[in-house]
Each structure stands twice: as structure tokens, then as C-alpha cells.
Design a protein around this ligand. Structure first.
Ligand code: GLN
Length: 454
């Protein structure tokens, strides 16, 4: 049924870069056989899923939305991919994304934009717009995204779906093509909080193949979602982030958020306002740290080891081939980030830019630590605005970056955060997201509060 739905709607939505109908049906039949033989390993056995095209798969290409990796079929599965397969999850295909996960609208994909199922003239968010649009268009009930600076939560918010950035180190990055290694984190996308929790438990847990993977038990997110669904938040302290309101926030988003806060309080939560003074500086710090790490990580695309190779006709040096390949293979946003990052890391500027940004990162982390001494979770709108129009911000990188204003602090600090649907804006009728943030390895709190609210 999902494959039929993809055939019917994906020409308009363009959530998928690759659909593996034969592979999906074979996996579904295996799940049926396992079930008949009493070998059901997970509650998600046989459930279809859309996988962001930044996680490696041995049976499908992994392009990262880039011409650089067009047609590249990796020699190994990401740990997330492997765990999905072991749980009997049916992988339908790979979803569209901003090139190498750099963007907030999926317009930076080398394969054309994904459209928001709520309004095909609008963006589905990014970088994981394909995964969230697939959920909103009922092309898949579950999806995987990756969140370096909001790329799970912001697409979730603008498509009216649930998106979770687990604690950094909670889900393995092995086989996730690196953008900014100290921030990248795979996580679950779904239409309900409980569905996201079930998926979270399948993909999370320690992995010796990722040196930053946390060797601790997975937080009990499914139990927390079930507890939350009972709708009782008495004893839970919720902090409203003072800095994430006012100028730049659409009134329709603000009103939907205020109604959500009222609802949390109606469920018994104790709501207080909390100040996190350095959150305002998180965005500029991120746009130095992420490009710095990107300039280093993307050096691996050297025309020798992976994917594209241009101009290798026996007359050119390796350096010329490398240069021609990178010129042809990377899009404008990726080039902008590589240049910014290389500049920020260069001798003489390192202390002023990269070093300074790392100090701000510490201050943001301290704001969280202080806040979580007073409250159990923090809340804010996920994004300052609803989905903007395709094309509206492509020529204005600063406007594009502002979509990440509220999501980035949790990436810098490495703690857990979720976006849950928060009704529709009374200005334009488009979905609004409520962001819930919790301390590192307290992901279960997100699910308890998210499920109660939902
Ligand atoms: N908008 C962020 C960026 O462009 C999204 C990054 C991400 O989470 N992959 O860097």
C-alpha cells in the first residue's frame, strides 16, 4: 500500500531519491514468514520506513543529495541501517535532502527540491525534508533523519510530524556520512510520539564502531511515551525559554506556542519562565563550528576514493582532477561552507573565529545545565515561522540560517530535543512545532511530555 501511495503522490512531493520496491517487498515477505514461524524480533517487524540518503545502505545508492556521490553504492550498512534490518523494518527507499545535510529547505539537493504536502509551493524544511514529507504525505509511517543543527526537528515542525534528536552519542553515527561530527546525530521521525519511541528503541544503544557512542542503557522512551499518553504531568516542571519569543517570531506561531504552554499547564505541569542568555549566540557559533568541521570532513571527496571523477584523461595532474571534480561535484552552499570553514580554521583567524565559537558553545551548555537545575524540560517554538515558499530564501543564506534559531542550542550542548505538532497557525493554516528539550540521556522526558501533550 505504501509503494502504491509513493507511485501516486511522489511525482508531486519528490520525497524519495530512490525507491527499492523489490527489496521492500522481499523484506516484507521475510517479516511475514518470521511472524508465521513465531520469530518476531521487534514490534516494528514488517513496518515500512523511509531512510534519509545520508546513511549507508549496501543495496541502494547513498548520494547525500549530491552529484559528488551520484550512483555510489556503499560497501557497508550504517549501524542504524543494520539495526533496522535486524528488527525486520522494511526500508522503502532513500529520501531527499539538502546536499550533505547543509540547508533548511531541501532546496540545496542536487536532485531538485522536495515539496511540502501541506502546500506544494512551500518547503518541507531541511535538511531532512524528504523524510518528513514522506510521513506527511502518508508515503511511509516511519522515517529516519539526522540532526546536526535541527534537520530532524525543523522539517518535523513545518510538516506537522514528530521529529526527535536523541542525545548526542545515543544513536550510532557509524555509516552516517559526516557533515559536522561533533553535532551529527541520527534520530526517529514519525506521525506520533509513540511511533517515534518504538523506532528510537530499535536504532539507539552503544556501538563500538562509533567512538562517541555512549556506553549506557537506552533511556526507557517507549515506557515514557505510554506513561505520558495517560495525560498526567503533575510533578513535571516545564521551563519556557524567554529568549525564544518576540521579534522575528510570526504571531501565528507565537499564539500556537502559547496555547501549547496553556495545555501543558492544564495537564498538571508546573510552568515557569527560564532565561538562557547565551542561546541568542548559538546560531552564529554553529555557523562557524559546523562549516569548520564540514571543511575537514568533505576533504575526503578528492576524486580518488568515492564517486565522481572529472577530467581524468591522462593529461592532468591529480591536483587538477581533484579541483575540477570538486568544482563540478559540489553545489553552491557546500562550497560556501567549505570556504567559510577553511577561513575560520586558518592560522591567524582560528582563535578569533573557531576558538571563540567553541567558547560560546560552552556558555550555551552552561545555560542548559543551570536551567535543568530548575526544570525537567525546556520548551520553545521549534521554528520562528511556518513553512516558507520555495525560492523565497535561496538567495539569502542568512534568512535560511534563521530557520534554525531555536533548534541549534541542543546540538551545541549535545542534549536531547523533540519537535511535536502544535496545531496550525491561525495566520496561514500551516503546521507549527512545539520543541521540548531535555538533559543528555534523559530522552525519556521528551517522550513523556510529548505524548501527554499530543
Ligand atoms: N540548517 C542546518 C544547516 O544548514 C541543518 C543542519 C542539519 O541538521 N543537518 O547546517
Amino acid at each position: 500500500a505504501h509503494l502504491d501511495r509513493i507511485v501516486a503522490v511522489d511525482p508531486a512531493v519528490h520525497a524519495f531519491l530512490h525507491v527499492d520496491a523489490d527489496g521492500a517487498l522481499a523484506a516484507a515477505h521475510r517479516a511475514d514468514e518470521d511472524r508465521a514461524a513465531g520469530r518476531v524480533s521487534s514490534p516494528l517487524a514488517g513496518v515500512p520506513l523511509a531512510l534519509k540518503d545520508v546513511l549507508t545502505t549496501t543495496d541502494m545508492p547513498t548520494t547525500c543529495g549530491s552529484k559528488m556521490l551520484e550512483g555510489w553504492v556503499p560497501p557497508y550498512d550504517a549501524t542504524v541501517t543494520r539495526r533496522l534490518r535486524e528488527a525486520g523494518v522494511v526500508i522503502l527507499g532513500k529520501t531527499n535532502m539538502d546536499e550533505f545535510a547543509m540547508g533548511s529547505s531541501t532546496e540545496n539537493s542536487a536532485y531538485g527540491p522536495t515539496r511540502n504536502p501541506w502546500d506544494l509551493e512551500r518547503i518541507p524544511g531541511g535538511s531532512g525534508g524528504g523524510s518528513s514529507a514522506a510521513l506527511a504525505a502518508f508515503e511511509a509511517p516511519l522515517a529516519i533523519g539526522t540532526d546536526t543543527g535541527g534537520s530532524i526537528r525543523q522539517p518535523g515542525a513545518v510538516t506537522g510530524t514528530v521529529g526527535v534528536k536523541p542525545t548526542y552519542g545515543g544513536v550510532s553515527r557509524y555509516g552516517l556520512v559526516a557533515f559536522s561530527s561533533s553535532l551529527d546525530q541520527p534520530g526517529p521521525c514519525a506521525r506520533t510520539v509513540l511511533d517515534a519511541a518504538l523506532l528510537h528503541e530499535v536504532i539507539a544503544g552503544h556501538d563500538p564502531m562509533d567512538s562517541t557512542s555512549i556506553a549506557q542503557p537506552v533511556p526507557p522512551v517507549v515506557a515514557a511515551a505510554r506513561e505520558g499518553a495517560e495525560g498526567d504531568l503533575r510533578g513535571v516542571r516545564v521551563g519556557v525559554v524567554r529568549e525564544f519569543s518576540g521579534e522575528g517570531y510570526q504571531p501565528g506561531v507565537q499564539r500556537a506556542f502559547e496555547a501549547a504552554v496553556q495545555q501543558l499547564s492544564g495537564l498538571g505541569a508546573e510552568v515557569v519562565e527560564v532565561s538562557c542568555p547565551h542561546f541568542t549566540y548559538a546560531l552564529p557559533a554553529y555557523y562557524l563550528i559546523a562549516p569548520s568541521e564540514c571543511s575537514s570532513n568533505l576533504a575526503r571527496f578528492d576524486a580518488m576514493r568515492y564517486g565522481l571523477r572529472v577530467g581524468d584523461d591522462g593529461t592532468r595532474s591529480a591536483e587538477e582532477v581533484m579541483s575540477l571534480t570538486r568544482e563540478a561535484g559540489f553545489g553552491p552552499e557546500v562550497k560556501r561552507r567549505i570556504m567559510l570553514g577553511t577561513y575560520a580554521l586558518s592560522a591567524g583567524y582560528y582563535d578569533a573565529y573557531y576558538g571563540q565559537a567553541q567558547k560560546v558553545r560552552t556558555l550555551v551548555t552552561r545555560d542548559f545545565t543551570a536551567a535543568f537545575e530548575q526544570v525537567d524540560v525546556l520548551v520553545s517554538p521549534t521554528t520562528p515561522t511556518t513553512a516558507f515558499r520555495i525560492g523565497e530564501r535561496v538567495d539569502d543564506p542568512m534568512a535560511m540560517y534563521l530557520a534554525d534559531l531555536c533548534t541549534i542550542p541542543a546540538n551545541l550542548a549535545g542534549n536531547a530535543a523533540m519537535s511535536v505538532p502544535c496545531g496550525l497557525s491561525d495566520e496561514d493554516g500551516l503546521p507549527v512545532g512545539l520543541q521540548i528539550m531535555a538533559p543528555a540521556m534523559a530522552d525519556d522526558r521528551l517522550y513523556r511530555v510529548g505524548a501527554a501533550y499530543e
